[in-house]
Design a protein around this ligand. Sequence first.
Ligand SMILES: Cc1cc2nc3c(=O)[nH]c(=O)nc-3n(C[C@H](O)[C@H](O)[C@H](O)COP(=O)(O)O)c2cc1C
Length: 347
Amino acid sequence: MPPRRRGVYWWHRIGNGMDNTVGLKLGGLTLDVPFFQASLSGYSDHAMRALARRFGCPFSLADMMLAKSMTHPRVLRKPCFLPGADEHPVGAQILGNVPATMAEAARALVGVGYDLIDLNFACPAPKVLRRARGGALLNDPDTVIDCLKAVREAVTCPVLMKLRIGVDHQPRSRENFWEIVARSIEQGVDALVIHGRTVSEKYRGKADWEILAQVKARFPAAMVIGSGDIFEPAATPELLKRTGLDGFIVARGAVGNPWIFRELRCVWEGRPLPAPPDLAEQREVMLEHFHRILQGYPEKKAVGYFRKFVVGYARRHPERKRVLLTLMKAETRAEVEAGIDAWYRRA
Ligand SMILES: Cc1cc2nc3c(=O)[nH]c(=O)nc-3n(C[C@H](O)[C@H](O)[C@H](O)COP(=O)(O)O)c2cc1C
């Protein structure tokens, strides 16, 4: 049994001789590797989560859900909002700004089987900000903390918070960020997941992991998980070593690329990186992904939805542009399957 440290994380010696954090403890939920799949609105549905899991991801967050909607039993019973029987552990992320509604939604989501609740105070979408939700709340520490307290009291499962490093780079935003970090830790948040960009930056530029390192340095007993630009599995042990963070989440790097989890697992288990998937494996996984999507949507919608992943999948193909041209034009199930067959049949 490796020595426990502060009861929060532990250290192993793995293949490359470096000390790496290999596990992640989210309250009562323990993951055997220090990463999981982020919540990605419009992407992280059952299909994406199932593939992530198949390739070694230990835990995923479902698409962000509006707390207000989740308090309506009829909405909550829609299959797209329910966790799959075979995908535990899985977390639900909620968006809102009314503590009582957040608490009611959290209770309802745990009631239908989610294992963890994540509160979104990070979303930069204009329609979310206009309604004073998501990232807008980073300038309203009292509401953030009231939401956390209400949810904390409503459920016994782990409760996480997703933050960005502020609304913008103004000193007032930074002060609010630090206030939220300090007060949420005091209130017993099980982990902070922090995207190293401000809300105004959206996805521009590079994520600032130095601020995330400062959070961990100031609050060493807290569980701090970083987010931003995780595309290179081999670089992640060094990233955690340099910043002292406990873990990281995988977001855009997993879109049309479930293999990133297989690669990350190898890296963190001290095994050599696997060979990249050949065309035959890419074909098989793309078809599986598409067919899983078809189980949840009518054909026309499924075809459009799958297109969002094609950009990621095509990146591995030597004829990327031509693959994109074919699959972006496909409008029916048969055309998608024929397009995949045409470009990926030759292994
Ligand atoms: C299309 C898209 C949708 C996203 N949706 C969510 C979301 O619903 N909830 C959330 O906390 N973060 C969301 N994010 C942010 C990611 O979880 C992640 O923090 C961010 O993309 C930075 O990580 P990356 O640079 O590795 O992609 C989204 C990001 C993208 C690109």
